[in-house]
Design a protein around this ligand. Sequence first.
Ligand code: ATP
Length: 429
Amino acid sequence: QRASGEEIVKDYTLEPEHELRFEVDFGTTVKLKLISGTAEIFGTEIGIAPEYEFTGRKVAVFTWRGTCSVEYVATETPMVSYLNMHLALEQLREQAKITNKQGPRVLIVGPEDVGKTSLSKILLSYALRQSHNPIFIDLDPNEGTITMPGTLSATSITHIIDVEEGFGSSATTAPSMGSTTLPLVYYYGYADSGENLKLFKMLTSQLAKVVKARIDEDANARVSGLVIDTNGLTDNTGYEIIQHCVELFYVNIIIVLGHERLYSDMDRLYNDNNDVTVLKLLKSGGVVDRDNSFRRQLQMRKIREYFYGTPKCELSPYSTIINFHDFSIYRVGVGSLAPSSALPIGIDRKVSETQLVKVEPDDSLSHSIVAISASETSDEVQLLEANILGFIYVTEVDTAKHKMTVLSPCPGRLPNQFLLVGSFKWMES
Ligand code: ATP
């Protein structure tokens, strides 16, 4: 359906191993119905009866067996190589079962827009279809694939990844295990992993510790392994991040997507390391470059969905007024522009990357996304390393009355008084 309301219906027939690709702008809707045969979207099978709806998405409908009726049909896709990769990972999982060791720890790297997240989804969905529950580690803060942009997270894949809504719906229902509950979310607060490298490393180290604890107590997670998605890491900072992740998560397979130089650099770097295999896979011709405005719209949609839900599962957030003395709000690191009076004596304005600066609420906080920390104390290290309980949105700050109006998914008091603010702002429309 076009924004003008005009409706156009088209039929497509897919041959085996062919793919139907379409791009849907924001403000336009595409409805998809499979009439016969079998097909999948990024690894998740679609059914014959339901009608799937997409807005602001770039989608590929793929069929292994065809012939199924479904803009442009692509005859060349890298899906066979992705399937082979999955089969190799399955073998490693089977071996891990026998030896009682860890299954494959896969790190997917490459430049922006080469299909890293899509490949993650495909590998995770295929593993799930074979009764494995790998842990998905999302280290791409740009998209907020699991919850909000600006987050780093770990999720146990126990439910199919929804073709319309992505990971969101599979993440919320993951069971807890012993001391570790997934999804586990940390607030990094920036869109680019290299923007505050020290903080990024600190949070990923913390994430890795919890994931390790989970793997130690959950045999299925141990055998199923990890799939780690990253954002574009092709410069020196990116290389540093890759090496850091390899050490932290005991990565044994690095998949380089669509970047020859990165592949040869990684291959050279890990040439002497028998524990790490570097593989390259082709970028799908269907992956589309997303410009900054499309990315920004994706982020805004993700934020909106956090509070208002999706068309399939709508939510009603609560507008709550909170007193300044009921919370303490902090900003982490570089670029923090707290008033000098709020800084400890002797600390200058240009704070270190992982220093916490207490923020005095004023108008500049309006429209910010604020994370609620799980920390029990205001101790700097604890606050930095604590995971996130949820998010609120600052609608308005009344400095005269010392009150702030916030939008929250739950009614009543905040679950904790310690709040973290990052660089994300949103205009509720
Ligand atoms: P980033 O650099 O943001 O991490 P990425 O490398 O993870 O990006 P994806 O998010 O997987 O890339 O893909 C980019 C876009 O291309 C997405 O909108 C995705 O839905 C779309 N896409 C991926 N594969 C295909 C395909 N085969 N056909 C059509 N669209 C595709």
